[in-house]
Design a protein around this ligand. Sequence first.
Ligand code: SF4
Ligand code: SF4
Ligand code: FES
Length: 239
Amino acid sequence: MTDTLRVEIWRGTETGQFQTFDLPRREHQTVLDVVTEIQREHDATLSYRFACRVGMCGSCAMVVNGRPRWTCRTRVSEVIDDGEPLRLEPLRNFAVVKDLAVEMTQFFDKWKAAQGYFEPGAEPAKDFAVVPPATRERQAADAGIECIGCGVCYSACDVVAWDSDYLGPAALNRAWTLVNDVRDRGQGTRLDAVSSSDGCQACHTHMSCTQFCPKAIEPTYAIAGLKRAMIKRALRGVR
Ligand code: SF4
Ligand code: SF4
Ligand code: FES
């Protein structure tokens, strides 16, 4: 292993340039370790975001050598061969606040637009609902529940790049999780919310979201599930 790691980091907003740093190459260093070392030892003005460092909070995602990734759980050795530079950019399809930090407001507004929140109904149950783990609905809901809101899928999605109004894979995955939640009472309005031209019909099934999700969630299949649910509802004549 070479002793030095060359790192090229985007500095600026929509306009800017790459800045180069040379760091000691360490055996198990993660991409987030590298960014943190640069910020602490070389340039305190470097902006980036992280919180948990253990793959829980979803705040550390960046484009690493051309591909969106969570950086706290990505080792440098997974991304580059020995001697190659590490190249870090902010997530695509987001406005850049500064350097590697992006503006997440639109991303989470779309979760709300997809009615990606639990709707208890007019008379919420007073006791805990028992939803057996073996049921189809529970398994379908569980399949997407571990989303950490990192934005990797959204950054990878070409449809978001073409159409900034598209709700995107994370919001639609959240909606599908709730469609399968037998306790939820907002199914009609949620299916309306995701049926618009900016909803699940806009997905071109490119699979980039599913390919890159660090939590192995499959938004492509969630979106296909929403399309099936819409068709079933239409066949039943429900408006
Ligand atoms: S499958 Fe759909 S949501 Fe996922 S990246 Fe492709 S177009 Fe985007
Ligand atoms: S679906 Fe995966 S990639 Fe998308 S926000 Fe959730 S955890 Fe991140
Ligand atoms: S810092 Fe929390 S997921 Fe990476």
